[in-house]
Design a protein around this ligand. Sequence first.
Ligand SMILES: [Zn+2]
Length: 184
Amino acid sequence: MTTTHSRPTIDEPRVWIGCLACYNDGRLRGDWFSAAEAADVTPRQIHGGRATSHEELWVFDHDNIPVDGEFAPMDATGWAEVYDEVGETQWPAICAWVRSGSYVAQGDTDLPVVSHFEERFRGEWDSFRDYAFELAEDLVMFDGLDDDHTLVRYFNWDSWISDLEGDYVVERAPGGGVYVFAAL
Ligand SMILES: [Zn+2]
């Protein structure tokens, strides 16, 4: 055992980096690394600390990164930077935003723009209805009206909420609730 890196924690974006030449020879040689250290992984590390003529490394698998498919180790760096910027707590939310497909990307990459995420993220709720009720309160929609006023009693919540939902992106959250984002 010559690998010296510490194993990435379970919630951070991590990548399985392997040797492309070995892979083409039918051998899976590689290991898990945090996305942050991906760009610094050397072919030597992947080959048990021995010198090797195999130079090309590749991300064959990944966890906690909201895109599908393989990519170059360098590309993991961008995800690590987004993770650092947004923080562990909001990471699942920004991943859901990316998965929704309705998000602002950095240039021609898949990476989300954190400032745009922060502008649009409305939090995690049990359901979109819960968010809508809270919003109605914040907007003091029935300001000055008693609870038994006709407008309040017969207000068509379902219709209002379903119209409102058109202005938002609603994505399932890991805890069973939803993440709510203002639409682009
Ligand atoms: Zn190799």
